[in-house]
Design a protein around this ligand. Structure first.
Ligand code: NAD
Ligand code: MN
Length: 491
């Protein structure tokens, strides 16, 4: 398809390394009978067919990973570090191709895809640095007793990844898992398996031993669930919807797997009376509309005190209306499509329902004039905290403005959610910032900045946004367990 050509061309060499119809097991592309078609998200152009795994495929991948674990965990930690650094270097050297491919198959503007791939390189490097710094400890004991703690890998980890940040979410898991000495089987999202498969090939090309990193796309209820059920998988790290996450936790309980769940969110921006609006307003727009709102930590509720609400809404609308809607291949595009037509219809329907429920549509609420499943940046004003739009994840560029009388009401509204992934607070009062940050029920609270993710800080949910943490040292601990060794060394 002509319109998709710039992205096609830009990732041609990279894509040519992939063997159609395969999955990546035991260090090689393995052909399967069943296939999934991978399409570009703006024009629906067919990119390729990938192998679609079932329980037998998952079993083969787990068997390979289990076999590889013996040598991988015994290897010098510095050698594991070197391999992770080598992956980062190769990814960095081929940056532009990976950006084009991710933009094309995940449906994100080039500017968003660039952030993903740059962050992916940084994530690999950060966890590589830990591989040879995972120390145990000697424990206080009588002289005739020697006791120490070893920090050991878990074994084969099953990593289940969503479509919104295909490579980055995969590497948030793969990098710490491998650094800690585990081997892995990755189940990428069916809509976006390509960068995962090609990354497995990259890792193999820089010398990663066969079986350490396997990638098997396939239906969630078949391939994904087989991984969750498999008795030889010791940990599942899942990022995706809350509904599927609950099912994963239930099934994983049968074999007492360790489980990390990174689930949905309905994260708030809280703008207090004394906020610097020149900073708060563009940041709040970006926090909600970035990647067309398809971010787990999108700040989709803007909670603002009555006294500033008119100004805030007017200025937010000006930004929303001015966002450049365009083709994914245009580097100046700010608002790209949502993931598919189904998502587009669902989001537009939620907008209609919000209007019927009495919310005031300020802008958007419709599909802009653009080829592909786009949704205009949308703002609803006068949303009440209990309304569906303030409670349910939309996963599209839709903002709910909730007006509150005072600070206490703002905190109450911020916490009035089943979710608790992230929150952003705007105030010039430092003491107040600390006090409120402590009261907000969320895994991350950012103050006077829209940034809610840092590789060095833990990321994850309070309440039904999940449990366990990724990134930070907590993200490494999630792939380790402690063994106590107790020895009598008396005569
Ligand atoms: P999803 O739950 O539909 O799918 C996520 C992954 O799980 C996919 O690989 C899918 O194939 C697999 N899967 C589906 N059914 C399964 C089953 N029965 N057993 C095992 N695996 C199964 O989510 P999605 O639509 O791909 O992603 C969007 C969701 O992810 C949103 O809710 C978003 O908030 C969430 N998300 C959370 C974070 C976070 O860090 N908290 C990050 C990104 C996305
Ligand atoms: Mn889904």
């Amino acid at each position: 398809m002509a319109e998709a050509m710039p992205l096609m061309t830009a990732s041609e060499d990279l894509r040519s390394r992939y063997k159609e119809g395969t999955v990546f097991i035991d260090g090689a592309f393995v052909a399967l009978d069943n296939h999934l078609t991978v399409a570009g998200k703006q024009f629906g152009d067919t990119m390729c067919e990938v192998g679609s795994g079932n329980s037998d495929t998952i079993d083969a991948a787990v068997t390979s990973a289990a076999k590889a674990w013996t040598a991988w965990r015994a290897m010098a930690p510095s050698a594991r570090a070197a391999l992770l650094y080598a992956m980062a270097d190769r990814l960095s050297a081929e940056m532009d191709q990976w950006i084009a491919l991710e933009a094309h198959h995940a449906g994100k503007p080039l500017s968003d895809a660039r952030i993903d791939i740059v962050s992916a390189v940084m994530t690999l490097r950060w966890f590589a640095g830990f591989a040879d710094r995972i120390d145990g400890r000697v424990v206080a004991s009588a002289d005739t007793v020697h006791r120490y703690v070893r920090r050991e890998s878990l074994g084969v980890c099953g990593l289940i990844v969503p479509w919104n940040f295909p490579l980055l979410m995969m590497l948030w898991k793969v990098a710490p898992a491998l650094a800690a000495g585990n081997t892995v089987v990755v189940k990428p999202a069916s809509l976006t398996p390509l960068t995962a498969l090609l990354f497995a090939k990259l890792a193999s090309d820089v010398g990663l031993p066969a079986g350490v990193l396997n990638v098997v796309p396939g239906p969630g209820d078949a391939a994904g669930m087989s991984l969750v059920r498999h008795p030889d998988v010791t940990k599942i790290s899942f990022t995706g919807s809350t509904e599927i996450g609950k099912e994963v936790a239930r099934v994983a309980a049968d074999t007492v797997k360790r489980v990390t769940l990174e689930l949905g969110g309905k994260s708030p921006t809280v703008i207090l009376d004394d906020a610097d609006l020149d900073k708060a307003i563009p940041a709040s727009a970006a926090g909600c509309f970035g990647h067309a709102g398809q971010k787990c930590a999108a700040r989709t509720r803007v909670i603002v005190s009555d006294s500033r609400a008119d100004e805030v809404v007017e200025r937010l609308a000006k930004i929303a209306n001015g966002l450049k809607v365009g083709d994914l291949s245009d580097p100046t595009t700010q608002l790209g499509p949502v993931i598919d037509k189904k998502a587009q219809s669902r989001i537009l329907k939620m907008c209609q329902d919000a209007q019927s429920a009495g919310a005031a549509l300020v802008c958007g609420g419709k599909a802009p004039d653009q080829t592909g499943p786009y949704v205009a940046a949308t703002i609803f004003d006068h949303v009440k905290s209990g309304d569906t739009l303030a409670q349910e994840e939309v996963f599209g560029p839709v903002m709910a403005v909730i007006r509150v009388p005072d600070e206490q009401a703002a905190i109450a509204a911020a916490n009035d959610s089943d979710y608790g992934l992230a929150a952003t607070l705007w105030t010039r009062d430092v003491g107040k910032a600390h006090r409120i940050a402590a009261q907000i029920q969320a895994g991350t609270v950012s103050v006077n900045t829209p940034a809610v993710v840092g590789i060095e800080t833990p990321f994850g949910g309070y309440k039904q946004s999940g449990y366990g943490r990724e990134l930070g040292v907590e993200g490494l601990d999630a792939y380790l367990q402690s063994k106590a060794i107790i020895m009598d060394i008396g005569s």
